[in-house]
Design a protein around this ligand. Sequence first.
Ligand code: GLU
Length: 477
Amino acid sequence: MESEIRVRFAPSPTGYLHVGSLRTALYNYLYARKVKGKFILRIEDTDQARYVEGAVENLIETLNQVGLEYDEGPDIGGNYGPYFQSQRTEIYGKYADELIEKDAAYFCFCTSEDLEIMREEQIAKGEDTRYDGRCRKLSKEQVQENLDQGKPYVIRAKIPKEGEIVFFDIVREKVSIMWETVDDQVLIKSDGFPTYHLANVIDDHLMKITHVIRGEEWLSSVPKHLFLYNAFGWKPPKMCHLPLLLNPDKSKLSKRQGDVAVEDFLKKGYLPEALLNFVALLGWHSKSDKELYSLEELEKEFSLKRINKSGSVFDIEKLNWMNGHYLRELESGYVAIKARPFFIKAGFDINDNEKYLKIIEVVRNRISTLSEITKVAAPFYETIKYSEEDKQIINNENSQRLFSFWLKNIQVLDIITEENINRLLKQSTDELGIKGKDLYFPLRLALFGSVHGPELPVIFDVLGKEEVLGRLSKMLD
Ligand code: GLU
């Protein structure tokens, strides 16, 4: 029987969640759901120098916000914990010793000055810079002597120097890499902490990870990892490296050319639904040309086989389009909840919930991100300021006749209905001879502050009788 499929998202907490990492997390999540396996969150925080206060909390919070639930993880536990690498350091030391015993790793006593000189010499000779393996040659006695003297050391992998390694990657298929291009990777640093490579391999093994799904930038690490699996005598997981994310100019997606932090996208008013849908298509395509997917649909459709080989361009216009789609299509009550912080920040009084919901219904069709929502909704909440051009329209004789007519007729209405408004529009033409732009522009200006905007019955409905009367009478002053 095929054992349970277990995948993991293994971020190093850098302080924010990169959109590329969101994609990695999403693909792991989707694959686990698709095959009814387990999705694990493991925090790779062994690099003490890179410790960022609050980074883990922030990461977990962001995953929660977008709705990527994991089955095991630091905050929820599981059978293979702890899920923080910083809490597993004892485990790594033991395995590093095992590698030394098996002659798959060695102590290296080179100082940072030694390494710097080595580097400079290699650069001067036009060679690739890497560790030249000089401590490989130390005898057992020399090593012991150095250790006894308390000399600082690192532990390095004894990577083969000749031949090539061939492995299979689900996306890249057959990959071969010459061993001579692979460095004698440091496994245990001088502070006693493991490097990513050692901890990652040990944990993937101990956590029974069956598939490693991660960004392409890790492909070149696979030989080091397979070397370790082999040295330990462990079966390696299947490898699946996701294509690079690119800027529109085809350079590697970077902070410099725009936002990359998922938190920032959320803050700017992108909906989780849109972000997930967008990110899902950055490197994966379905059998059909369909582009809009809910998370549930993705869980059914996703397959590792349909991951693209070539890099995916991060097209913000497409994300905007998708976000606009979800703002229009999702339940308006949900959009209202998501929009609330933006209204509060703008200082709009949204206590009248009925009015607020009506406004959401109107304005959500006119934006692509929630950060634009208050600007579009502002005329419903704020006193309108008019330009000289607006004032000309307002003060023109026809407009003034129109305002008086509407003021008089609205006053006598019991309730404002679409029918009422349409009747009054028709009457304006029949009785006052005002039609087209001369009819719509002044009324919209009076009530919404702009000649273009929502349909008049909608504006009337949102504002309500009192507010309409107030705004119309101001026009006559
Ligand atoms: N900690 C690595 C990262 O931050 C994980 C890479 C992997 O998935 O093996 O991306």
